[in-house]
Design a protein around this ligand. Sequence first.
Ligand SMILES: Nc1nc2c(c(=O)[nH]1)N[C@H]1C(S)=C(S)[C@@H](COP(=O)(O)OP(=O)(O)OC[C@H]3O[C@@H](n4cnc5c(=O)[nH]c(N)nc54)[C@H](O)[C@@H]3O)O[C@H]1N2
Ligand SMILES: Nc1nc2c(c(=O)[nH]1)N[C@H]1C(S)=C(S)[C@@H](COP(=O)(O)OP(=O)(O)OC[C@H]3O[C@@H](n4cnc5c(=O)[nH]c(N)nc54)[C@H](O)[C@@H]3O)O[C@H]1N2
Ligand SMILES: [Mo]
Length: 602
Amino acid sequence: FCATAQRLEELRARHGASSFGVCLVRPGIHNYGAVLYRKVLVEALGTQSVFSAASLDQLAHHVVAWKLFGHQYLMPVPDLDRTQMFVMLGANPLVSNGSIMTVPDVRNRLKAIQTRGGKVVTVDPRFNETSKLADQHVFIKPGTDALLVLSMIHVLFAEGLTKPGRLAEIAPGLDAIEKDVANYPPEAVSAATGIAAETIRTLVREMAASESAALYGRMGASVQKFGTLTQYLITVFNLLTGNLDRPGGVMFTTPAANPLPHGPKGEFGLHHTSVRGLPDFGGYLPSAAGPGRIRAMVQFAGNPVISAPNGRHLERAYETLEFNVSIDFYITESNCNADIILPPTMGLERDHYDVALNMLAIRNVAKYAEPAVEPAEDSRHDWEILAELAQRLVAEAPIKKRISVGLMKNLGPQRVLDLILRTSAYGGKLNPFKGLTLKRLKAQVHGMDFGPLQPVLPGYLQTESGAIELSRDFFMPDLERLARETAGTDPDALLLIGRRGIRSCNSWLHNSHRLVKGKPACTAMMHPRDAASRGIAEGNPIEVASRVGTIEVPVEITEEIMPGVISVPHGWGHHREGVGWETAEAHAGASGNAVTDDHLSG
Ligand SMILES: Nc1nc2c(c(=O)[nH]1)N[C@H]1C(S)=C(S)[C@@H](COP(=O)(O)OP(=O)(O)OC[C@H]3O[C@@H](n4cnc5c(=O)[nH]c(N)nc54)[C@H](O)[C@@H]3O)O[C@H]1N2
Ligand SMILES: Nc1nc2c(c(=O)[nH]1)N[C@H]1C(S)=C(S)[C@@H](COP(=O)(O)OP(=O)(O)OC[C@H]3O[C@@H](n4cnc5c(=O)[nH]c(N)nc54)[C@H](O)[C@@H]3O)O[C@H]1N2
Ligand SMILES: [Mo]
């Protein structure tokens, strides 16, 4: 700690705090100590250059929530237990366990939709694990979901199927959408999306006729060139069919640890990346931008060399850093050249309350878990590392700053969590749960269930007008880019999509033999027609090349992928010297992000 803080101090004196970068990536979100304390370190460092996984994941959802509902965390979640029709664009919950939709036992919950006479549909360039369970699967050409949803909204208007009900009063200007979608009848998008016009019309008619229906888009719909526009159109579709904030549609949660109304609402473009001038959102810069002119980096729980697009570029940028600190329990592709690695305890060694995922759960629930095993002697939790570093960095700061960091450090995350629970919607004596406290929650070893999601609009809206602000001026100008960039693609080029595996979690579960044994998981899936026309046989190594790089992976020939598309998973490529993963090295694979193009982000 002493050496790290000293070196950071020196660099701050020489180059200023703006030369520091902080990279806070995904696992930190599942660690309440880290969620509550990372801000303490960022503020002590005093930098604006903060990168997170949001831009590789759910940023589109935040932007839509912020614009329409006035708060980045007002992200609606499918009401899975009551919906009669569930349509997924670019999601694979049977593998992912649900995302922006925390749903235990998702398989049985999807089956229950079918048992009660409802329907499950997947729309995806790959007939994925969830498609196998679905009633209907529709292949879609990658990156064209915005066109599909535009045409779905077109059908609603053209066939008089809009029925927003009470939402019309709280979403002024809904009718104006009709003009925006005028040029998108299903026939006009059929060639680009690869979906027959009649398939689109039937799907919309069924959704409109269904007692309830939830249109849901996840990674495949969010992290693509038109992710924000797609998420926007999905929300508009749910509004127009009356399915927003209604049982069986998409609804808002009331979590016990609620970032509303006081948490940061979100703000767009307050800061920009130094090289390409890309805007931030909610204080986070896009990871695709890389560290630019940053001289020192603090990396927390992330492996961006493997998980960010054009990872090799990032790897080279890391080599130019004057000082690189990593907080991680593994020596990974991203920190193998770090000056210092501060190892935290692992998940089983600490207590757990999921502040992030409970906020996105399909029921309002709270659960606390004690550590499963004792932490190793002389080990530190993430929050302790963050607080300790922060305290040293503010040693010379004004007294107010020193007190606030010291106070947080002494409180510890359990007491902060207790305060959050006590002041939540479930705290207080007038409540049927007689006031939630951490002690009461701990006594419920299976957690507490506060029931299904409830309609909350307009009360929860945080917009200035107090209404849903459709913000057509903000989103619809992207239709021009959409028209330009989906008009005709090179017929010989294959489109690359990603893939998640059930035994893998991004980059860091590959060092366990049980999780990597068997057939290799890092393959390029290809349709038999594409393989035949290129003279490729099953298992052949092939080169996948893009503007930014080339990788070699064995081919897996399957009809489960659309012709014209190949799928390579991310998270692999564990071949570098100095990385501390022996089993992973023996199953290295190649990194999908050595070929994803950072300039293609939408
Ligand atoms: N086992 C396991 N579970 C995980 C993870 C893991 O790595 N392993 N990762 C976790 C994380 S970080 C997240 S964010 C969630 C993600 O959770 P999900 O979004 O449910 O999972 P993905 O597998 O990313 O699903 C994306 C789907 O989009 C499809 N797709 C690709 N491009 C397009 C497109 O242009 N349009 C359409 N319509 N579909 C497209 C892909 O074929 C894929 O089926 O999963 C989490 N859970
Ligand atoms: N091509 C492509 N790229 C993708 C995606 C995709 O679908 N396709 N998905 C994107 C998405 S959704 C995400 S979220 C990102 C994930 O990107 P990252 O967060 O960079 O990836 P992970 O492999 O989950 O990072 C895990 C790192 O955190 C460490 N770690 C795990 N638990 C802890 C902990 O409790 N404390 C600390 N300090 N460290 C810990 C692990 O050892 C590992 O080094 O990848 C993105 N990249
Ligand atoms: Mo993610």
